[in-house]
Design a protein around this ligand. Structure first.
Ligand code: A5P
Length: 229
């Protein structure tokens, strides 16, 4: 059985060209992209990269990838990242790994944003995967109550018996909406709550390509209309 995530990741890395500034995602699918990019670097390719999390930063360094200070750059050529769900319009839920804020900054500032997933991540409507929302700790209980008023049940994310803290020093609330039919509208409502930093809803307009790895070893590049190809 082929590793679907690895197949998708390697396909995405094949689009990277000499001299590019690359945005590196976080998670088990992005892991394979970072490994494959490391191989290209070892083979003589010159690129620089921006990491979307401390974990990715460490992995990239181990793979010999040169990281830049993102405060100094205004444009990324291409970024590659996984997703927790991808709907038929290519809207995404991200943030299962808690790196949603930096991932969103990177994706929104990339000329090209390649999403790499196994076929199990494709859904008709988003929402089965609880939507991660990053919030500041100040007033957290009130912010969570305001999120619940949007029609979800919430879970303050925990790790090893403690509140999960993001790389930015914030909390993550996992919001179960079940079905999200209008992601842009929901994202706007969530962002209007004081205390919310960012939601894990990523707009399809920012997605250049969804690369899907399948267990039979095939890889599809999806067009926005649906999942038929
Ligand atoms: C990290 O915060 C996430 O957005 C990941 O990109 C997403 O959870 C997908 O992760 P996997 O590739 O591990 O499934």
């Amino acid at each position: 059985m082929m590793d679907a995530k690895k197949q998708a990741a390697e396909k995405a890395v094949s689009f990277i060209q000499e001299g590019m500034l690359i945005g590196l995602g976080t998670g088990s699918t992005a892991y394979w992209a970072i490994q494959a990019l490391g191989e290209k670097v070892k083979g003589g390719m010159h690129i620089t990269a921006v990491a979307s999390s401390v974990a990715t930063e460490e992995l990239a360094k181990q793979c010999g990838i040169t990281l830049v200070d993102f405060t100094q750059h205004t444009q990324i050529d291409l970024s590659i990242d996984g997703a927790d769900e991808v709907d038929a319009q290519h809207n995404l839920i991200k943030g299962g790994g808690g790196a949603l804020l930096r991932e969103k900054i990177i994706a929104y500032n990339s000329k090209s944003f390649l999403v790499i997933v196994s076929e199990t991540k494709l859904v008709h409507y988003l929402g089965k995967f609880p939507l991660p929302v990053e919030i500041v700790p100040f007033g957290a209980a009130l912010t969570i109550k305001n999120l619940q008023a949007l029609g979800c049940t919430t879970q303050l994310r925990q790790k090893e018996g403690k509140d999960f803290i993001t790389d930015n020093g914030n909390l993550v609330v996992d919001c179960a909406f079940e079905t999200i039919k209008e992601p842009e509208i929901l994202d706007a409502k969530i962002r209007s709550i004081p205390g919310v930093v960012v939601s894990g809803l990523f707009d399809h307009n920012k997605v250049s390509q969804v690369i899907v790895g399948r267990e039979n070893g095939s890889v599809s590049l999806l067009i926005p209309e649906g999942f038929g190809c």
